[in-house]
Design a protein around this ligand. Sequence first.
Ligand SMILES: Cc1cc2nc3c(=O)[nH]c(=O)nc-3n(C[C@H](O)[C@H](O)[C@H](O)COP(=O)(O)OP(=O)(O)OC[C@H]3O[C@@H](n4cnc5c(N)ncnc54)[C@H](O)[C@@H]3O)c2cc1C
Ligand SMILES: *[C@@H]1O[C@H](CO)[C@@H](O)[C@H](O)[C@H]1NC(C)=O
Ligand SMILES: *[C@@H]1O[C@H](CO)[C@@H](O)[C@H](O)[C@H]1NC(C)=O
Ligand SMILES: *[C@@H]1O[C@H](CO)[C@@H](O)[C@H](O)[C@H]1NC(C)=O
Length: 488
Amino acid sequence: MKMTYLRGLLVVSAAASTVFGQSSNYETCLRDALAEGGSVAFPDALLYQAVDVNRYNLNIPVTPAAVTFPTSSKQVASIVKCASDNGYRVQARSGGHSYGNYGLGGTDGAIVVDMKNFQQFSMNYTTWHATIGAGTLLKDITTRLYNAGKRAMAHGTSPQIGAGGHFTIGGLGPLSRQYGMALDHTLEVEVVLANGTIVRTSEDENPDVFWAIRGAGSGFGIVTEFIVRTEPAPGSAVQYEFTFSIGDAQSQAALYKQWQAYVSNPDLTWKLASTLWVLQDVMIISGTYFGTKAEYDALDIGGQFPGATNSSAIVFEDFLGLVAEWGEEVLLKLTGGIPSNFYAKSAAWTPQDLMSDESIDQFFEYVETANKGTLVWLLVFDFEGGFTNQVDVDATAYPHRNVLIWLQTYAINLLGRITPTTIKFLEELNQLANTDSPYEAYPGYVDPLLQNGPQAYWGSNLPRLERIKAEIDPNNVFRNPQSPQPAT
Ligand SMILES: Cc1cc2nc3c(=O)[nH]c(=O)nc-3n(C[C@H](O)[C@H](O)[C@H](O)COP(=O)(O)OP(=O)(O)OC[C@H]3O[C@@H](n4cnc5c(N)ncnc54)[C@H](O)[C@@H]3O)c2cc1C
Ligand SMILES: *[C@@H]1O[C@H](CO)[C@@H](O)[C@H](O)[C@H]1NC(C)=O
Ligand SMILES: *[C@@H]1O[C@H](CO)[C@@H](O)[C@H](O)[C@H]1NC(C)=O
Ligand SMILES: *[C@@H]1O[C@H](CO)[C@@H](O)[C@H](O)[C@H]1NC(C)=O
């Protein structure tokens, strides 16, 4: 088993080195750029795929032209210069958790800037603004903020996601209804631009770059550090879970209708986060209530959704304990830290275009009867709204400010590549979800097979992104298969 795996790797790197040729200008340039710290690996390195490339989505093969590990903004700038002078494109990798391996370029031949050495952290105890290095993973962000005066910010639940890819595309999590997306916390960033200059950006300084970085970062530069607004870490909180052992379409549709009606009440408290999960023969409603057990009990969530086969409500007085519990959720247990073959799509509903009872029936009928091509699939309906809806559509590059519910449809193949049957299942499911309005997709759940990806990710903000792109990166140095193109 192990031998075959290793032999496979050697074949891959041998093929790659013939593609990219002999030692060339870009190699010498990168070695010079990293002479005083950091490191660089090229495709002919032993274990290049397993160690340096280390794909997260095994379903998408990709061989970068180089993987660099800089230690300073100046080195990042030199790497970007080497790449643009030699006609290579660049992508940063922070946590490496892009669904499309976009931190590796998404397709062969990019120069990758791995940000793992960018771990700077400081707290300004007057303003409670925190400085966070772009390579910091969410688990470390949570702990560092908490240890600096019990502070917190909104972000996703997966501990292994990186700030660089998360704060630049969105960053939705249990605190988002109260505090916004991670990108709504961002006050200032340091960015390396395509021409190799290092700039600070904020509402007052380089505001166009700052705007683009908050929602479409990967196409505009490499963020080296973020300065963010923080909030007092939540005190008492209740993590609740209701499990329903139901697998037939009718019962599932009935429960979904109840949940949709519950979360679409505009007066529902922002302190409540809720997710509805659909798996083979099981539905789960789970989430966090940020408040006391007495307040939680008064909401009587169980009473809204009768028929649970099991339920739990765990009280956390300690925020770090609560965040650790988030890391145990079902999707993260399956995939969080472990590379796998997977494919996912996203879809969204606003309060105005929620599914009708009839659409819900059709949706779950399809879920029951469709050939899925895998046993490991799940649907995740995330309740958003709250603060995320209070920000103007054009305040940042992230345009989906009217979304009440995000759906993520997700399939894993434990045996090999994702099959056409599974892709068809997810595509048809998403067509049923989106009957009327223009298709909206979450830029954080990149879907490499999506036609018109940029339109679905950035909607009405795309034209402005294309104009800014033409100004600061006309040669499209920073790109992956779905980043905005420069306006012509
Ligand atoms: C298991 C799992 C759970 C998830 N849960 C959530 C969730 O709860 N909420 C949510 O909102 N999202 C969630 N996501 C999506 C996640 O936010 C995105 O995949 C995010 O882009 C990952 O960032 P990264 O730095 O880890 O990935 P990377 O692959 O390193 O980067 C992703 C993209 O961002 C770019 N990028 C990375 N670093 C920088 C930088 N320093 N400057 C500019 N561009 C950069 C890359 O070039 C690439 O295009 C989840 C993903 C996974 C795999
Ligand atoms: C904290 O922020 C204030 C206000 O911007 C500033 O005057 C002060 O110098 C900062 N403190 C530190 C330690 O950076
Ligand atoms: C019910 O949930 C609790 C807590 O999550 C768990 O320990 C228990 O095993 C579950 N019981 C059943 C019958 O699933
Ligand atoms: C680099 O690009 C930025 C943004 O377009 C511009 O302001 C700056 O002057 C450029 N610097 C150099 C050295 O060309």
